[in-house]
Design a protein around this ligand. Structure first.
Ligand SMILES: Cc1cc2nc3c(=O)[nH]c(=O)nc-3n(C[C@H](O)[C@H](O)[C@H](O)COP(=O)(O)OP(=O)(O)OC[C@H]3O[C@@H](n4cnc5c(N)ncnc54)[C@H](O)[C@@H]3O)c2cc1C
Length: 394
C-alpha cells in the first residue's frame, strides 16, 4: 500500500455498538471466573480451559479471522479489544496472543488455501491451539541469527534446533516453528515457517519456571530431527521473515492490549482503595495529590497508549505498514501498564505487598510487556532507525 493510500485509512475513535457490546460480554464472562479462578489455575499448574472454552463458544477467540474460515471478520482491532477486556478483568491469557493473533494472522496472509481450510476454523473456534516459536537461546532478540535448521527430506523437512521461552505449549496441539532452510552445501538460508505437532517424534520440552502468576507455562523446546511433511510448510520456502513479521505486528498489538487491560485493572483497584482508605483525620488518601496525581498521570498515559494500539490495529487490518505503530503501541502500553501497577502498589501501602490484594500477582505480568514479545530496547532501536533515520548501532 502506498503512502497516499495509507493516509486514507480512517481510525474510528469511538467503539461501534457491536464492539461495545462485545467488550461488555467478554468482561462479564471473564468476571464470572475472575482473578481467584486465575490464581487457582496458576497454582494448580493447569490451563484456564473453562474460561478459554467460554470465550471460544461465543466466537471471541477468532473475531479477527475472516468469516469464510469461521472467524468473526472484525480484524485485529476487535481481537485487541477482547485482549484488553480479558486482561482488565484479571484474566490475561497468553495463548490469545499466540494462536489467533500470531498464527491465525500468518496463515491468513501466507497460508495456502488448504492450510487455511485445515487450520483456521479450529483456531477461530479455539479448539485448535497453536503456539509460536521463534526465540532461541543463542540468537535472542536477533531473529536473523536463529540456527534451527530445516533440511529437505523425501517427505518434506527435518527440523533440528532449540527454541526457548515458548508459551503455552502444554495446551497447544501444534507449534508454528521458525527455522532456516539448510542448503545442499550445509549453509543456512532464509527462514521458513513450519507447523509441528506438539507431540511429534523427536520434540522434547523442558518447563522454565518463571515468576509469572498465570496459567500459561513457558518452555524450552528441543527439536531433534523432527519430521515435518511438505504441506506443513506455511506458504512457500520464500515466505521468510516477512511472513513471520506479519504475525509479529499482531503480537505487538496484543501485547499492548494485555498491558493496557492490566493497567486499567490496577488503576481501578488503586482508585477504589484510595477512596476508602483513611489515615489522617477523616480524609481518604485519594484526596492527597501525592496519591491522586500519579494515578491521574498513569490514566492519561494509558489512554494515549490505547490510541496508538488502535491506530496500529487499524493499519494492520487495512493492509498498510503497521510496524512503526505496532512497536510504538507495545512500548507505550508496556510503560503505561507498568506505571499503573507500580502506582497501585504504592497506593496500597503495605497492603500492596500482601498476596490477598492481588497486586503482586499482577506485577510480573505487567513487567513482562517491557521484555516480550519485543524488548523496550529493540523498539527504541526500530524507532531510531526507521522513524528517525538514525544509523543502526548494532
Ligand atoms: C514469559 C515469556 C513468554 C515468551 N513467549 C514467547 C513465545 O511464545 N514465543 C517466542 O518465540 N518467544 C517468546 N518469548 C521470548 C521473548 O520474545 C524474548 O525473551 C525477548 O524477545 C528478548 O529476547 P532474549 O530473552 O533473548 O533477550 P536478549 O536478546 O538476550 O536481550 C537481553 C537484553 O539486551 C537487550 N538488547 C539486545 N540486543 C540489543 C541491541 N541491539 N540494542 C539494545 N539492547 C539490546 C535487550 O533489549 C534485553 O534487555 C517469551 C519471553 C517471556 C519472558
Amino acid at each position: 500500500m502506498s503512502a497516499t493510500e495509507t493516509s486514507q485509512v480512517a481510525l474510528e475513535l469511538i467503539d461501534s455498538p457491536e464492539i461495545r457490546q462485545m467488550r461488555e460480554t467478554v468482561r462479564s464472562i471473564c468476571l464470572s471466573y475472575g482473578r481467584a479462578y486465575m490464581r487457582e489455575r496458576s497454582e494448580a499448574g493447569e490451563p484456564a480451559s473453562e474460561l478459554w472454552n467460554a470465550l471460544a463458544e461465543k466466537g471471541f477467540l477468532g473475531v479477527n479471522l475472516p468469516e469464510e474460515y469461521g472467524g468473526g471478520g472484525l480484524g485485529m482491532s476487535a481481537l485487541a479489544a477482547v485482549g484488553e477486556e480479558i486482561s482488565a478483568a484479571g484474566c490475561s491469557l497468553l495463548l490469545i496472543v499466540v494462536s489467533p493473533a500470531i498464527v491465525g494472522s500468518i496463515l491468513v496472509r501466507h497460508g495456502t488455501e488448504d492450510q487455511k481450510r485445515d487450520w483456521l476454523p479450529g483456531i477461530a473456534a479455539g479448539t485448535t491451539r497453536v503456539a509460536f516459536a521463534i526465540t532461541e537461546p543463542d540468537a535472542g532478540s536477533n531473529s536473523h541469527q536463529i540456527s534451527t535448521a530445516a533440511k529437505r527430506s523425501n517427505s518434506g523437512y527435518t527440523l533440528h534446533g532449540t527454541k526457548t521461552y515458548i508459551s503455552a505449549v502444554e495446551d497447544a496441539q501444534a507449534i508454528l516453528v521458525v527455522a532456516r532452510l539448510r542448503g545442499e552445501d550445509g549453509s543456512l538460508g532464509l527462514p521458513g515457517l513450519f507447523l509441528v505437532d506438539s507431540d511429534a517424534a523427536g520434540l522434547e520440552r523442558q518447563h522454565i519456571p518463571t515468576a509469572l502468576r498465570a496459567p500459561d507455562k513457558q518452555w524450552t523446546l528441543f527439536l531433534d530431527d523432527v519430521e515435518v511433511s511438505a504441506e506443513r510448510l506455511v506458504g512457500d520456502e520464500n515466505a521468510g521473515l516477512a511472513a513471520a513479521f506479519d504475525g509479529l505486528n499482531p503480537e505487538r498489538i496484543m501485547g499492548a492490549a494485555l498491558a493496557l487491560g492490566g493497567g486499567r485493572l490496577a488503576l481501578e483497584l488503586a482508585s477504589d482503595y484510595a477512596r476508602e482508605r483513611k489515615v489522617w483525620r477523616d480524609q481518604p488518601i485519594g484526596s492527597h495529590q501525592g496519591i491522586s496525581h500519579p494515578l491521574a498521570q498513569a490514566k492519561i498515559e494509558l489512554e494515549l497508549a490505547k490510541l496508538m494500539m488502535q491506530k496500529a490495529a487499524v493499519l494492520y487490518d487495512s493492509g498498510a505498514p503497521a510496524g512503526e505503530a505496532a512497536n510504538m503501541a507495545k512500548y507505550a502500553a508496556a510503560e503505561a501498564g507498568i506505571r499503573c501497577v507500580d502506582q497501585a502498589i504504592q497506593t496500597h501501602g503495605g497492603n500492596g505487598f500482601a498476596l490477598e490484594y492481588g497486586l503482586t500477582d499482577m506485577y510480573w505480568g505487567a513487567r513482562l510487556a517491557r521484555t516480550a514479545p519485543v524488548s523496550r530496547e529493540m523498539v527504541l532501536n526500530y524507532v531510531a532507525e526507521h522513524s528517525l533515520g538514525l544509523p543502526r548501532s548494532y
